[in-house]
Design a protein around this ligand. Structure first.
Ligand SMILES: *Cc1c(COP(=O)(O)O)cnc(C)c1O
Length: 370
């Protein structure tokens, strides 16, 4: 039996009846864009996420772009972000017209080095984008304390739905963007995303910009575009949101089980286990180990050949991708991010994973490391 990286089929089975009933409601009301389901989901997710406002949009990349634009980021500005992130973080920055300014990550937990981010701030810097990578929050409070007033913190919370750091949720007191791509902890059945904020004015600006520049029909107050959450996706998200806290708890239990199963390999120095920063409630979007003393790609290949969906998140840091070559970096500029990209490996993890499946993953990993 294959063990996927993420089991979307198992996740669907839990909500299948609810989703069908909800789809019928949307079809009966022909509420395809916006509508009751979207409004209800936005309210429910804001409550879950501990923020005053949630604005549903078309995907996570748009959410980040909209959050940056709402914060005044545009052409001629610089935005600081970590070199080790999904490419969409840099893509959203580039779409605003601002120049991405990359910084390295911390060597132990791969979260953005907040001191390096503060040091990278110059006269043109308008925002910093900490990424809550793999399901735990970057040090937003420490980061914000080291920034000038004019520099906004815009959090990339695509991988951290339900995570907190020192009791604080992403977007609380500021602004965050999240993604409901199917493989995320809270996944839609297509593309979807949201902007989260306590600031009513920012929320209104995002809502208008994402709806052709205005919330009333044919009234266009600001230049906008189309990035809206649809009713069918909201049905799926509401059904899954009701199970997200339990799903995150199951992920935490599975992560702890991996820690125990991998303890011998870790003691032997063959793998380095994931590290959680103090104060973080981790939601384990990904369980990422570092391979020591073996070729990572070789190990991934052996696991995949055994039907185990190990992955790499991500194989190249932003500055070593062809898309961002123009930033003028070279190998060696961000050593922690580069080392991570060469050695990291994500093991299968999802709320429904069983102890047997995890044992099989660890046995296969031990064999691959022989
Ligand atoms: C998934 C993801 C995004 C983008 O989300 P999409 O919905 O795919 O546009 C942005 N940043 C990070 C860190 C992500 O993991």
């Amino acid at each position: 039996m294959n063990i996927p990286l993420v089991d979307l089929k198992a996740a669907h089975e839990e909500v299948a009846d609810e989703v069908r009933a909800g789809f019928e409601r949307v079809l009966a009301a022909t509420a395809f864009i916006g509508g009751d389901e979207v409004r209800l989901f936005e309210r429910e997710y804001a409550d879950f996420g501990g923020v005053a406002h949630c604005v549903g949009v078309a995907n996570g990349t748009d959410a980040l772009e909209l959050a940056l634009r709402a914060g005044g980021v545009g052409a001629g500005d610089e935005v600081v972000l970590p070199a080790n992130t999904f490419i969409a973080t840099a893509g959203a920055v580039a779409r605003t017209g601002a120049r991405p300014v990359l910084v390295d990550c911390l060597p132990d937990n791969f979260l953005m080095d907040h001191q390096a981010a503060a040091d990278a701030v110059g006269p043109a810097t308008r925002a910093v984008v900490p990424v809550h990578l793999y399901g735990q929050c970057a040090a937003v409070a420490e980061l914000a304390a080291g920034l000038p007033e004019r520099v906004r913190v815009v959090e990339d919370a695509a991988q951290s739905q339900g995570a907190t750091r020192d009791g604080r949720s992403p977007g609380s007191g500021g602004i965050a963007a999240t993604s409901f791509y199917p493989g995320k902890n809270l996944g839609a059945y297509g593309d979807a995303g949201a902007v989260l904020t306590d600031n009513e004015e920012l929320a209104a600006r995002v809502r208008a910009t994402a709806n052709h520049g205005g919330v009333a029909k044919y009234r266009h107050d600001v230049p906008g575009f189309n990035s809206r959450l649809d009713g069918l996706q909201a049905v799926v998200l509401r059904a899954k949101l009701a199970r997200l806290a339990d799903g995150n708890a199951a992920r935490r239990a599975a992560a702890a089980r991996y820690d125990a199963l991998l303890a011998d390999l870790a003691a032997a120095g063959r793998v380095v286990l994931p590290s959680t920063a103090a104060g973080n409630v981790h939601v384990w979007h990904l369980y990422v180990v570092r391979i020591a003393g073996a070729d990572r790609d070789d190990v991934v290949g052996k696991l995949n050949a055994e039907g185990i969906g190990a992955g790499v998140h991500y194989p190249a840091p932003v500055h070593l991708t062809p898309a961002y070559r123009h930033l003028g970096h070279r190998r060696g500029d961000f050593p922690n991010a580069e080392e991570a990209a060469d050695r990291i490996l994500s093991l299968p993890l999802y709320p429904q994973i069983t102890a047997d499946q995890q044992q099989r993953v660890v046995d296969a990993l031990a064999d691959a490391l022989l």
